[in-house]
Design a protein around this ligand. Sequence first.
Ligand SMILES: [Zn+2]
Length: 281
Amino acid sequence: MSYKISGKFFVILLILFGAASNGLSQNNNSTTGKDNPVKKDTVIWNVVKFKNYTINYTDSDAGNFMTLKSYLDRGIDSVENFFGSPYPDVFSVFVYPNRASLDQHWQRDWGVPGFKSQCWMVASGVAERLDILSPSVWLSQACEHDPGNKKETQDLITHELVHVYHGQNNPHPNFADMDDIGWFVEGLAVFVSGQLNKERIDRAKNVLHKGEDPKELKSLWGSKNKYGFSGLMVKYIFLKYGKQKLISLLPQTTEKGILSALNITASKLLKDWRGWILRNG
Ligand SMILES: [Zn+2]
């Protein structure tokens, strides 16, 4: 899921994870964030560093730590296996204890004082960090997710980890000014994470069968079936052009760049994509 603020492209996903014991050492640190135009982050963080990433969490999430780490490690493995290379850089994971603290971070990070997130927005991923709302407040402060669905939870976390990897392999680490290829950013995360499930594919097919297909590439992600449409477009590119070509698109920042790399026009790509989907069901 994404939305647009101040001309920047942001990626939001809902995340939930279960409880587990915490057996690792912790350091108490407070952080005020790197650039702080709105107001200071008052959250007191416990910080645990691993080889490739750091988890920042509050005392209220000590019991969720190992479960979260498992989700992260499995997601990182999936992403690196798919792309065939490790994350180029280290990154940070922040588990916010409540929506107010997450909003405060997003307000500061996105430069939108007073921003209030919607209930389905519980996580974001860019090159240097993955921010998520704590599962311990999910039932009371979030919506639209099944807290007991481990596969969905894994896929959601993997989705954000694809964004982190993508951001680390793109000249725009925060996907700023890439709204026109939101379909590629999100479609890649949907496809690689395993979120392109039968339900989403069937919904997209039904819309195409009705002749209500997107007329522009950029409307793939803006449509009601954005997960299905965007994920299916990336899957189509994967199948038609191969994994290496898909991976070679990671640094692209414009629709023109992607089309040039694929040596195709937008209208032809959409037409071929539509035909492929309808032929397959
Ligand atoms: Zn996303």
